[in-house]
Design a protein around this ligand. Structure first.
Ligand SMILES: *[C@@H]1O[C@H](CO)[C@@H](O)[C@H](O)[C@H]1NC(C)=O
Ligand SMILES: *[C@@H]1O[C@H](CO)[C@@H](O)[C@H](O)[C@H]1NC(C)=O
Ligand SMILES: *[C@@H]1O[C@H](CO)[C@@H](O)[C@H](O)[C@H]1NC(C)=O
Ligand SMILES: *[C@@H]1O[C@H](CO)[C@@H](O)[C@H](O)[C@H]1NC(C)=O
Ligand SMILES: *[C@@H]1O[C@H](CO)[C@@H](O)[C@H](O)[C@H]1NC(C)=O
Ligand SMILES: *[C@@H]1O[C@H](CO)[C@@H](O)[C@H](O)[C@H]1NC(C)=O
Ligand SMILES: *[C@@H]1O[C@H](CO)[C@@H](O)[C@H](O)[C@H]1NC(C)=O
Ligand SMILES: *[C@@H]1O[C@H](CO)[C@@H](O)[C@H](O)[C@H]1NC(C)=O
Ligand SMILES: *[C@@H]1O[C@H](CO)[C@@H](O)[C@H](O)[C@H]1NC(C)=O
Ligand SMILES: *[C@@H]1O[C@H](CO)[C@@H](O)[C@H](O)[C@H]1NC(C)=O
Ligand SMILES: *[C@@H]1O[C@H](CO)[C@@H](O)[C@H](O)[C@H]1NC(C)=O
Ligand SMILES: *[C@@H]1O[C@H](CO)[C@@H](O)[C@H](O)[C@H]1NC(C)=O
Length: 479
């Protein structure tokens, strides 16, 4: 009895142990930029400030020596690049946004920390007060510039044939046709304010995003908009709401899941990175990716966030971020790392710079709790994630380019019979990183080219093993 009480007593501190963050994945939008109507688009000083402030916010939350939710094992002042995995497409605005964010995450450390002693006794200081260099892995969309901030977002950025067809189908939907008609007069009413950039024929709901973007940027940067008094707060709100509707519909359709391909591939990358954090016992615990608002919208739709709030059908503000925290209440130390059944995931979102807009937890997948067990999280994400070459080619209906191998081997019955067991979530997840890189992106640079060459080969072999098994069950997107 006494022993039991003593045991309970001993357990008490464990039960009340403070939550530990084991790792995070942050998906981030770029900061304020110039208009897409006047390429090349560039990050503005305001945008630089926004992403820098966001980086600083996450530093105070996760990295700093006094961080409110310090990540287990994270280096707080001198960056350890092995702990970070930062990605952005080959796009000036997104690459520079990532760089600005990282300056806030790991600011210069000064002469004392930011210097090294050479063999001959000379001390060398890093330039700019101990400025720290953090690589941003460049990923380039397969369809050259389509994911760029230079042009309005189009599904073409995904290179996914079925998704392109699906998004194009939006322009034949009754919803679209009705709005095009009912908003025609509204758009023409603002023509004098935008006619330096749009013709009367372009000034309609078909260009809802481009017109909104141009006006939005002008409102922030241009003190002398001709006929600017036409752009009342009500008109601005209407332009934004219509753009929200237009872009959400291009990014997600509840009955046509392939349209959300951007969210599906992102989901696979998130699970892959967080899983790497767990299996590596928080050796690589911070994943950061900069990307387009359309990927946010696709993911929101897939994760059933519009059921939480209709806000999740709106274009996220500049420098918005969504964050996935790997958390545990189990004790964590150098010698004791929690098992995956003791680990959970918390989803948070900040609509704009996180330093100024509260980072708020929301429940994913139509559930009640904002903290869900890792295993549940994986199961739910796997319902819509696409993380390997074969699944991507099948779901997208692509059979050329990187999908040639998939297309030619799917008919092989012998392959089918030998690999039945490797088609589950496991093999999918293992192939995740390679698949996502090949399908979504091509790493630039010499290293990248080598990686790509070997990556492609790896994938085709992998595919030989699993293509047939997934065939038939995965002709469409997994749902
Ligand atoms: C934490 O904050 C205290 C009080 O501001 C300061 O004295 C201390 O140096 C900080 N510790 C670290 C590791 O930054
Ligand atoms: C535990 O890990 C931290 C950093 O990860 C390191 O600084 C410390 O020396 C380690 N402690 C032991 C006892 O290994
Ligand atoms: C030490 O080596 C560095 C780098 O090679 C050189 O710039 C410096 O002049 C050397 N210092 C002395 C005292 O030889
Ligand atoms: C997929 O197919 C479409 C249409 O044929 C093509 O435009 C796109 O480039 C293909 N994507 C890849 C990655 O091969
Ligand atoms: C959504 O997809 C369904 C099925 O393909 C289609 O009938 C509908 O028009 C689409 N809606 C929109 C807004 O694209
Ligand atoms: C909108 O619909 C009305 C009634 O269906 C039609 O008369 C009108 O021509 C349409 N307007 C446009 C711009 O298509
Ligand atoms: C834009 O519209 C205004 C008002 O109708 C007109 O005065 C102006 O000439 C137009 N500018 C261009 C470039 O068409
Ligand atoms: C403001 O808008 C006008 C009309 O479109 C344009 O001529 C001018 O260059 C713009 N100014 C800035 C600072 O963008
Ligand atoms: C939705 O946005 C409105 C206006 O910004 C805000 O008041 C409300 O709290 C938001 N709802 C959620 C669930 O975030
Ligand atoms: C973010 O803010 C914009 C308004 O600037 C709004 O349209 C959108 O719904 C918001 N998104 C969320 C998820 O709160
Ligand atoms: C840790 O415990 C607190 C208090 O009971 C709870 O609010 C939190 O959700 C728990 N976190 C995890 C990861 O279970
Ligand atoms: C995590 O990675 C390990 C090792 O690569 C693998 O066995 C496991 O299936 C992965 N789990 C998930 C959920 O991806």
């Amino acid at each position: 009895m006494l022993a039991k009480q003593l045991l309970l007593f001993a357990l008490l501190p464990l039960i009340q142990a403070q939550e530990t963050v084991l790792g995070v994945y942050i998906f981030h939008r770029h900061g304020d930029r110039t208009s897409k109507s006047w390429p090349p688009t560039a990050l503005t000083d305001l945008g630089y400030q926004q992403v820098y402030a966001s980086g600083n916010f996450y530093r105070d939350r996760y990295i700093d020596g006094n961080a409110s939710s310090a990540i287990f094992g994270i280096s707080s002042d001198l960056v350890k690049n092995s702990q970070l995995n930062v990605q952005a497409p080959v796009d000036t605005v997104l690459q520079t946004s990532a760089a600005g964010f990282l300056q806030g995450l790991y600011p210069p450390v000064g002469a004392a920390l930011g210097s090294q002693k050479l063999a001959n006794g000379t001390t060398v200081e890093a330039p700019m007060g101990g400025f720290q260099l953090i690589p941003v892995n460049a990923v380039q969309s397969t369809a050259s510039s389509a994911n760029s901030e230079n042009s309005a977002w189009l599904q073409g950025s995904s290179g996914c044939n079925n998704a392109i067809i699906s998004s194009n189908n939006y322009f034949y939907s009754q919803e679209y046709i009705d709005l095009l008609n009912s908003t025609a007069a509204f758009y023409q009413s603002i023509l004098p304010a935008i006619n330096t950039t749009f013709t009367a024929a372009q000034d309609n709901f078909k260009n809802a995003y481009s017109t909104f973007d141009y006006v939005h940027v002008s409102e922030i940067h241009n003190a002398t908009i001709p006929f600017g008094d036409l752009l009342t707060p009500e008109v601005l709100f209407q332009l934004q709401t219509l753009a929200d509707n237009h872009e959400f519909n291009l990014a997600y359709n509840a009955t046509d899941a392939i349209r959300a391909i951007a969210g599906s591939t992102l989901a696979a990358q998130i699970v892959q990175q967080l899983n790497t954090t767990i299996t590596g016992k928080s050796a690589s615990q911070v994943g950061i990716q900069f990307g387009a608002y359309a990927a946010f919208l696709s993911f929101f739709g897939l994760a059933q966030l519009p059921a939480v709030s209709v806000n999740f059908t709106g274009i996220v503000d500049y420098a918005s971020s969504m964050t996935f925290e790997l958390v545990t209440n189990a004790t964590v130390s150098n010698t004791s790392y929690p098992s995956s059944s003791d680990i959970s995931v918390r989803f948070l979102f900040s609509n704009g710079t996180a330093s100024q807009n509260p980072l708020t937890a929301y429940p994913l997948f139509g559930q009640q709790d904002t903290v869900i067990p890792w295993n549940t999280f994986v199961t739910e994400m796997n319902k819509f994630s696409i993380g390997d070459q074969t699944s991507w080619c099948n779901a997208c209906g692509n059979s050329t380019g990187v999908c040639v191998a998939t297309a030619t081997s799917t008919g092989s019955p012998s392959a089918q019979s030998t690999v039945g067991s490797s088609s589950g979530g496991v093999s999918k997840a293992v192939a995740g990183v390679i698949g996502a890189m090949v399908t979504l992106a091509v790493i630039l640079g010499v290293e990248g080219l080598i990686l790509l060459a070997t990556g492609l080969r790896l994938v085709s072999k992998k595919r030989l093993a699993s293509a047939a098994a997934t065939q038939g069950t995965e002709t469409g997107i997994k749902s």
